[in-house]
Write a protein that binds this ligand. Structure first.
Ligand code: MTE
Ligand code: MO
Length: 198
């Protein structure tokens, strides 16, 4: 009789939490295409614009007045690092979308500095995505997207737009920044959806 040790190493109790092709990192790498954006909270705002219907904008103070939650999640970068057990504070996208009426099924996320990323609306709601403004109990540092970034931990981390400033709702899907350079349109780390065609 053979006893299987499993595919992953036996020494890390959480090795099974690694999606295929990923390795653990204990640091927090910074990955930005272009310069770090320096946005003060009094200039920051977040706007959801439906293709049909009225846009809705939140200032920093208005976002702070919304109910926030602590978020404990693993994050997976397409460059193959995974960081387990990161702790954030933010406002669920569900809370923002309570005020939005739309039939549009696709979202284009926009950042200060021009970065974009696309995802289906259903991946932003249902307790799966947040606007995060604290990391490990401190204000989110600018290099990691502060004052506030999108956090969508069930998809590769390029979907988690730093310096987020709005979401445009669309009837039809369109590629964002990395998606138009050949990254996968959806980006599920458990299915290794790294590049278009994976
Ligand atoms: N605005 C903006 N958001 C971004 C990026 C970017 O270049 N600009 N890079 C993405 C990529 S590819 C990754 S892996 C993560 C990196 O986040 P981090 O620098 O906090 O680790 O941010 C994502 N969000
Ligand atoms: Mo990335």
């Amino acid at each position: 009789m053979t006893i299987s040790r499993g595919f992953f190493g036996q020494h890390d109790p959480r090795a099974a939490d690694l999606p295929p092709g990923q390795h653990l990192t204990h640091g927090f790498p910074v990955l930005t295409a272009g310069p770090t954006q320096l946005i003060s909270t009094d200039k920051w705002s977040f706007t959801i614009t439906p293709e049909s219907g009225k846009p809705r904008r939140w200032s920093w103070g208005e976002m702070m007045a919304l109910p926030s939650e602590e978020i404990n999640v693993d994050i997976h970068c397409v460059t193959r690092w995974t960081k387990l057990g990161t702790r954030w504070r933010g406002v669920a996208l569900d809370t923002f979308f309570e005020d939005i009426e739309t039939y549009d099924e696709y979202a284009m996320v926009h950042s200060y500095g021009g970065y974009t990323t696309n995802l289906p609306l259903e991946d932003l709601v249902g307790g799966k995505a947040w606007i995060a403004y604290e990391y490990e109990g401190e204000p989110l540092p600018a290099e990691h997207g502060g004052p506030a970034r999108l956090l969508v931990p069930h998809l590769y981390f390029w979907k988690s737009a730093k310096w987020v400033n709005g979401i445009t709702m669309q009837r039809f899907d369109e590629p964002g920044f990395w998606e138009s350079f050949g990254y996968h349109n959806y980006g599920d780390p458990w299915r290794e959806e790294r590049h278009a065609g994976d």
